[in-house]
Design a protein around this ligand. Structure first.
Ligand code: CA
Ligand code: CA
Length: 157
């Protein structure tokens, strides 16, 4: 999904990073020095949506910047669905983009689902990421139960 991020929006993100500290300006975004990882968990802790700032991504896929690991923590006949949004804070106001959702039906013994919905593959410094995760009953259940959310504003992308 391509969305129109304007040049002015990118510049605002850069300025936001600059206000945090000059040291961070020296960091390469692909090897950013601040760990912006965070997680949303279901109310009963049986499902997690884990934002990984920089890591190995899918098995065999090599290093990857900014993705979500969707994890099933309980043997309870429920699957897991995660949703994601990203908000850019621009001079014209906040722009929030829905990035859709992804299902993990692998069960507690199965592999985490690696999901990379982020535009251009990366989150930029100053962008706010929101994750929601719910227990669901099958891939067609887009409502879910026991939902939890978490948000984090990226320090250095
Ligand atoms: Ca970072
Ligand atoms: Ca990152």
């Amino acid at each position: 999904m391509k969305l129109p991020f304007g040049r002015s929006a990118r510049r605002v993100s850069t300025l936001a990073a600059a206000s945090i500290g000059t040291v961070l300006l020296l960091s390469n975004p692909a090897f950013a020095s601040y760990n912006d990882g965070f997680a949303a968990t279901t109310a009963n802790a049986c499902g997690s949506a884990i934002f990984v700032d920089y890591g190995e991504g899918a098995a065999g896929g090599g290093n990857n910047d900014d993705y979500v690991q969707i994890r099933d923590n309980c043997s309870d006949s429920h699957g897991i669905r995660a949703w994601a949004w990203v908000t850019e804070h621009t001079s014209a106001g906040d722009l929030t983009y829905s990035l859709g959702s992804k299902y993990n039906g692998n069960g507690v013994a199965g592999a985490d689902v690696i999901w990379d919905p982020f535009i251009d593959g990366n989150v930029r410094a100053g962008d706010t990421v929101k994750l929601k995760v719910c227990l669901v009953d099958g891939s067609g259940d887009t409502t879910g139960s026991s939902c939890g959310t978490a948000t984090h504003t990226s320090v250095d992308g």
